[in-house]
Design a binder for this molecule. Structure first.
Ligand code: MRU
Length: 339
């Protein structure tokens, strides 16, 4: 199931705000429409945002009437600035933009620049699927028969082009017959765990139990969690990792209870330019996401609300990173970037 696709001169994506009630796709005909879809959380998840960003530029290129390469580049850069303002935390979005723009810049003329952006967007999507499958194989080896794996937010097919990172690991282990059971935290305020992770796993008949975010300590104290596998939005050079708000609490609890805590992420989620997690920009979203629960006000009027969308888990809580190049400990990250 492809979460996002470039079809003709349109980007077609699953509207994730409609799940689990309805599986519907929306069409975006411009970078502005893709940007609005990202801001409205129709498409989300770090690797999916890389594809969305590059496809937004591909659509811009395909619809452009520019007769010179310089003119086309100006249009692409303007579209890129719009996409770049949507969500700051997942580095993949910026990697997707930069790859598409670089492809255009390297082309000799306007026609080949247009073709290069489109090709690069397609490459990013195809690579994402291949990389996730490799992450899945590498991570499945860490899971034992009968393991109960806790995951947070949605790092599945829906957060990528297909297959998923953390859920890719779970999928691969399930397909290898390891009889994995999953605990999915609901992930307040937007419920990516309850709505999206549970939906994906149920479709594949992988046993899943949804719990509220506050239940994780209780479950671990009872010995009900064998391993944690989550995704990431940006990982600094020292291994500090930003992921959905609540991940840090789960990591601290995992350490307290001796539960291995893994982050499954492609190399494109690593940002070696940032020394530590303190430099990762954390998106703050609208308070209304917390104030209202599915349209019903749950916080009294006049009460202030704080809504950071991500937190940073310090490297010391992370057992290992599961990447397409293998499983590496936080202290060994430099290995990944040696060619
Ligand atoms: O706000 P979201 O839903 O985009 O947050 C997504 C996450 O935090 C995911 O865990 C992360 O992007 C990894 S997805 C493979």
């Amino acid at each position: 199931m492809r979460t996002i696709e470039l079809r003709g001169n349109e980007v077609i994506l699953i509207d994730q705000t409609q799940l689990p009630q309805r599986l519907v796709r929306v069409r975006c005909r411009s970078a502005g429409e893709v940007a609005a879809a990202i801001e409205g959380m129709k498409i989300r998840g770090a690797p999916a945002l890389a594809a969305a960003a590059a496809m937004a530029l591909a659509v811009t290129a395909l619809r452009s009437r520019a007769r010179t390469k310089e003119r086309l580049l100006r249009e692409l850069e303007s579209a890129g600035r719009r996409i770049g303002r949507t969500r700051p935390t997942a580095v993949n979005l910026f990697v997707g933009l930069e790859r598409a723009l670089s492809a255009a810049r390297a082309a000799p003329d306007v026609a080949s620049a247009r073709a290069a952006v489109v090709q690069e967007a397609k490459n990013i999507a195809e690579e994402d699927v291949r990389v996730n499958r490799r992450i899945g194989e590498n991570g499945a080896a860490l899971l034992d028969v009968g393991d109960v794996v806790l995951t947070h937010c949605n790092a599945g097919s829906l957060a990528t082009v297909d297959y998923g990172t953390a859920l890719g690991v779970i999928r691969a282990a399930h397909r290898a017959g390891k009889k994995i059971k999953v605990i999915a935290t609901e992930t307040r305020p937007l419920l990516q765990g309850a709505r999206l992770t549970a939906w994906e796993l149920r479709r594949e008949k992988i046993p899943v139990t949804v719990v509220t975010d506050g239940m994780v300590g209780y479950l671990m104290a009872k010995g009900m969690v064998d391993k944690v596998v989550v995704g990431a939005d940006r990982i600094a050079a020292n291994g500090d990792a930003a992921n959905k708000i609540g991940t840090y609490s789960i990591a601290v609890l995992a350490k307290e209870h001796g539960v291995p805590f893994y982050i499954a992420a492609p190399l494109s989620t690593f940002d070696p330019n940032l020394k530590t997690g303190a430099e990762i920009p954390i998106e703050e979203r609208r308070p209304e996401e917390v104030i209202f629960f599915r349209g019903v006000r749950v916080v009294p009027k006049g009460v202030s609300v704080f809504n950071p969308a991500f937190d940073v888990t310090p490297a010391r809580y992370i057992t290992a990173f599961i990447t397409e190049k293998g499983v590496v400990k936080p202290g060994e990250l430099s290995k990944l970037f040696k060619s």
